[in-house]
Write a protein that binds this ligand. Sequence first.
Ligand SMILES: [Zn+2]
Length: 245
Amino acid sequence: MSDITKERIAALVNLQQIEIDTHNLKTKLSNVDQRLDKLDNRLLDFKQVIEEQQSVINELNQKYREYEADVRLNLDSIKKSEAKLSSVKTNKEYQSSLKEIDNLKAKNSNLEDDMIEFLDRIEEAENALKTKMTEYSELQTQMDREKEIIQKETEEGKRQLDNLDAEWKTVSAAIDAELLETYSKVKSTQSNAVGITAVIDAVCQGCYMNIPPQTYNELQRGDHLAKCPICQRLIYWKDTHKRSE
Ligand SMILES: [Zn+2]
């Protein structure tokens, strides 16, 4: 395609790297809201578990109070029946009142057994709630910390973007307009936005196909830019055999 200094090639490769870094950074920054929402949702989910647990306890307490009221009503009835005993006229009436009293006492005894069981369940549920509340506050602390990290990362990312932008301007100013335009055109036709790529051992690193020997020979001079006949990207020679560094 054309002869070019090694410095120009390096500048163009550098420019492309800046663009890739910028793109990656922007992608990362665009995820910030999603990441923050995810943290909030985790907290909300946990809060819901706590609220459910709380409503279970409320129901148990409600049931317990109902039993308590029933026991009180039965006790009243027992008192009334006992008071009536002295004024009954027949033995039959007397026996039936006694039976009624016994029935009420048996009912209360059952209710009291149930109440003891409910007290156990309430205590168990309250302990479970306490554990959950502790876990919730730990999670909240952890989420706050993660949010802080995300916010710091965002600020740092924005600073880096500004730097990359400044760097891009400097580097692109050193590349002639015609070459920049060619590079931009090639880049825009590539799905991965890579417009310039190295050729290593006669293989284009953009499409991993062999390039023709003559093109490879020209590239190996180090000051030549060509187009890959297969993927159309700008290609330059990268000597990987000199391992002096
Ligand atoms: Zn190629």
